[in-house]
Design a protein around this ligand. Structure first.
Ligand SMILES: *[C@@H]1O[C@H](CO)[C@@H](O)[C@H](O)[C@H]1NC(C)=O
Ligand SMILES: *[C@@H]1O[C@H](CO)[C@@H](O)[C@H](O)[C@H]1NC(C)=O
Ligand SMILES: *[C@@H]1O[C@H](CO)[C@@H](O)[C@H](O)[C@H]1NC(C)=O
Length: 437
């Protein structure tokens, strides 16, 4: 146990600092306060960071923020047989299970089969609690009739996930954007009836309930750290100055994250950093302009294609362009000899190890390219395509190695409802004895 002395050396002074911190919190009704002198203020920041690190090692989501607020609930979530031991271990095993699903296109039944098959929901369609994060990479709308039920279900799941310590990450696809723009070329007349009328539908997808959901709970890009130490979903890379996550994102766990967009992150796309907020800020401002059009242009067809609103910036137009994150197909369509030489530069910039996208269907299977650095998960789940019912599973573990150091593992699998699952990636790294954050 060569680490024990280090632990004691660090822990004792910290205990003293933490006590000072708590005494201060009790004394001030407003909690740990900004009015503290700079000396004590620094120690408090330091002990908060240690709490953050400890909680991040033990609990699934929310832990770092809770630690910073001083309420730490180490959660019993370790699933191996020696879990009793690992919970009390100073260096616990950390696991995270992520499931991602691509284009659903208006098919509630097939979406339900996929989410149940992948363990995201139980047989009643409720959040099961057996995955930590569910990512949907856009294109829930169009080519099917179940738009209303699908988006309502996603919001129910988001609530249920939140109540059980899980997280849902929802992306806008090019088809959600088409509807926000007034491009209804892939809208079925039978689907319009589920909204009541053309005008009721147009209101819903712009200023109404569905437009509100897109604006508040959906983004165009996502960065998902695999470990809590790197921050919650959509923590920027490079991290913002002064971010509590800056240190971990520069340490041995740096880039232990996946990116998700609907189409793809083209190497020449200019707004890759900071990722994902550069893209998501442009996305928010464009969506806001679309939703503010008054009156909304009548939908195409039969009316003319409305295009992007007056006042759209060049950056906003490029977001929705052919090499933007919603429409780009280079990672799916071009030869590996060409794309694999460019993939590392995008991963480097976005602080990620692999990138996941939908949009370009392969009806047989999930496609892994460039050694699993590029993962394309649109298998035409909707009956409009009749493709494979699939989900991507990512299992991340970080476990202490006897005598010091850590072993990190990513296992990426394609899960199928009607064919054998496929192992796509097993990547293992030894992290040595250095600090993780
Ligand atoms: C499961 O889902 C059904 C239907 O959405 C709902 O009525 C029920 O309350 C849910 N159960 C739980 C435990 O959330
Ligand atoms: C977005 O999600 C939150 C959390 O589940 C929910 O409370 C909120 O109502 C959702 N927003 C909209 C517009 O539905
Ligand atoms: C994105 O928007 C937020 C909120 O307005 C802002 O704080 C942040 O600096 C912006 N980031 C970028 C990269 O534009």
């Amino acid at each position: 146990m060569p680490r024990l002395s280090t632990v004691a050396f660090v822990a004792l002074p910290l205990l003293v600092l933490s006590l000072a911190y708590f005494a201060q919190s009790y004394a001030s009704p407003l909690g740990p306060a900004p009015h503290l002198g700079s000396g004590l203020g620094l120690s408090i920041a330091f002990s908060s960071l240690v709490n953050y690190a400890q909680a991040a090692m033990q609990a699934p989501f929310g832990a770092p923020q809770e630690a910073l607020l001083g309420t730490q609930h180490p959660k019993e979530q370790v699933d191996n047989e020696d879990s009793e031991v690992t919970i009390n271990e100073p260096r616990p095993r950390f696991t995270r299970r992520i499931v991602a699903v691509g284009d659903i296109h208006g098919d509630l039944i097939n979406a339900g089969r996929v989410l149940q098959m992948a363990g995201v929901v139980d047989e009643d369609g409720n959040w099961s609690g057996s995955v930590d994060v569910f990512v949907q990479t856009g294109d829930i709308i169009d080519r099917g009739d179940d738009t209303v039920e699908l988006f309502e279900w996603m919001e129910e799941l988001r609530e249920q996930a939140h109540g059980m310590g899980g997280v849902m990450v929802s992306l806008l696809g090019n088809h959600e954007w088409m509807n926000a723009i007034g491009d209804w070329r892939y809208v079925y007349p039978s689907e319009i009836e589920t909204f009541g009328s053309i005008s009721a539908r147009q209101k819903a997808v712009t200023t109404g309930w569905l437009g509100n959901i897109w604006a508040s709970n959906y983004t165009t890009a996502a960065r998902l750290p695999l470990h809590n130490l790197l921050g919650p979903p959509n923590t920027d890379y490079p991290p913002a100055e002064g971010s509590v996550y800056a240190r971990a994102n520069a340490g041995p766990l740096s880039h232990a994250a996946f990116s998700f967009v609907h189409g793809g992150l083209a190497p020449m796309y200019p707004n890759l950093q900071p990722f994902p907020s550069a893209i998501n800020n442009i996305s928010s401002s464009l969506l806001h302009k679309l939703r503010s059009r008054s009156p909304q242009p009548p939908p195409h067809p039969p009316h003319a294609y409305p295009g992007l609103p007056a006042g759209t910036t060049r950056e906003e137009a490029r977001l929705y362009g052919g090499d933007g994150p919603l429409w780009y197909r280079g990672w799916a369509d071009e030869d590996e000899s060409k794309i694999c030489a460019r993939v590392d530069q995008v991963l480097q910039k976005t602080g990620t190890r692999r990138m996941v996208m939908g949009h370009t269907p392969n009806l047989q299977n999930i496609v892994a390219r460039c050694g699993g650095k590029v993962l394309i998960i649109d298998t035409g789940i909707s009956h409009a395509y009749g493709g494979a019912l699939s989900a991507l599973s990512i299992e991340y573990t970080l476990e202490p190695v006897k005598g010091g150091g850590w072993k990190e593992q990513e296992v990426v699998k394609a899960l199928y409802a009607e064919q054998e699952d496929e192992l796509l990636v097993t990547a293992t790294r030894e992290l040595g004895e250095g600090d993780l954050w």
